[in-house]
Design a protein around this ligand. Structure first.
Ligand SMILES: [Zn+2]
Ligand SMILES: [Zn+2]
Length: 371
């Protein structure tokens, strides 16, 4: 493969740490750009990557950086500062009608490991192709190759870690509130799970003028942060059943609910917390390892709407600039969620994300060890 030598965090084994290695990045095709990565957030899908992709692989899908090279027809230019949005094909009916979150080729552009034409974007120092193009980026690296339509220009004065922190999880929570649940001024919303998705939703709900913002999490430190960010009442389900608490808070259950925990017990309790005609959006299903079985009857009894999220129905070109303006105005303090690590500390950052000790780990690539 002809291309540039970069450094990438390669996952070679399911249960072992990632290794920072030299790798070769392909030359950009006409509608692609090579981005020098400044920062990349860690999202839970990076932790789940080995169960969805073949190894060795390079993950990372919350990249921010500077365009360093472009293909012959690219609609970005060298020097542009960009946030790398999630992958989409750019040509299917959903993509051309501004609904890239419903891209017909969503699975392949996210987990396929290659470009849609089947070509590899990255190989290791022995010449072996790597499973890359993760969300069409693979940003756990000093450089990434990205389709130009996935790049969103970012102002020069925004800190790289702020741009990276909103790219996937926080955007999903924000989009869930604004686009999916359509929370209006004065309305009540229940948010289950106070990680990056849930706390993004809390900030978005406050901005939208929600009347009551109820937040549930098993960690008290996160509940305290949720209150500082806008939660009006919080509950730790270690104290008792969530649905009973919701009934005491609301008298009838909630009409709008966002489930972000992916916990099977929380999932069932969330359904029980809905009022008749309620709308529940969920960001992640309980793990198949928990052998979770969804009982349709409680949803049927309540005539409830039950909706899977795909990036919170968010269009990065629309939502990233708005979120950054809110941050600049002090109305969306996403920096409260961030913990910074160097690329060399990636295994520590992954472990702290898995344990829940950090909410949004962001890798700063300038701090990477020299090859
Ligand atoms: Zn598409
Ligand atoms: Zn993500």
């Amino acid at each position: 493969m002809v291309g540039r030598v970069i450094q990438a965090a390669i996952q070679r084994h399911v249960s072992k740490g990632l290794t920072i290695e030299r790798a070769t990045l392909a030359e950009p095709q006409p509608y692609e750009a090579v981005v020098r990565i400044e920062a990349c957030g860690i999202c839970h899908m990076d932790l789940d990557g080995p169960s969805l992709c073949t190894l060795p692989a390079v993950f990372g899908h919350e990249g921010v950086g500077v365009v360093e090279a472009v293909g012959s027809a690219a609609r970005v230019k060298v020097g542009d500062r960009v946030i790398l949005g999630y992958g989409s094909c750019g040509t299917c009916p959903s993509c051309t009608q501004a609904h890239p979150y419903y891209c017909d080729q969503s699975w392949d552009v996210t987990f396929g490991g290659r470009r849609l034409d089947g070509s590899a974007t990255l190989q290791d120092s022995s010449g072996t192709p790597l499973h890359a193009a993760f969300f069409q980026q693979s940003s756990f690296a000093t450089h990434a190759i990205v389709p130009d339509h996935c790049l969103v220009t970012m102002p020069q004065d925004i800190p790289a870690e702020v741009g990276a922190s909103i790219a996937c999880g926080v955007m999903t929570g924000t989009g869930a509130i604004l686009n999916v649940l359509n929370v209006q001024s004065g309305e009540t919303v229940l948010i289950v799970g106070a990680g990056a998705v849930g706390l993004g939703a809390v900030m978005a709900a406050r901005r939208a003028g929600a009347g009551e913002i109820l937040v549930v999490d098993v960690r008290d430190d996160r509940l305290i942060l949720a209150q500082e960010l806008g939660a009006t009442a919080v509950f730790n389900p270690r104290m008792g059943p969530m649905d009973a608490w919701v009934m005491t808070q609301t008298g009838r259950g909630v009409g709008k609910l966002l489930e972000t925990s992916g916990n099977a017990t929380a999932f069932a309790s969330a359904i029980a917390s809905l009022r008749t005609g309620g709308h529940m959006a969920y960001a992640i299903l309980p793990s198949p390892m928990e052998e979770y079985m969804l009982k349709p009857m409680p949803l049927f009894e309540k005539a409830a709407r039950f909706e899977a999220l795909s990036f919170g129905n968010s269009v990065p070109h629309d939502l990233y600039p708005r979120m950054l303006e809110w941050w600049r105005a002090g109305e969306f303090p996403v920096d409260r969620l961030i913990s910074k690590f160097s690329l060399a500390e990636i295994n520590l950052a992954m472990e702290r994300t898995r344990s829940g000790d950090v909410i949004k780990a962001v890798l700063m690539m300038d701090c990477a060890d020299a090859a």
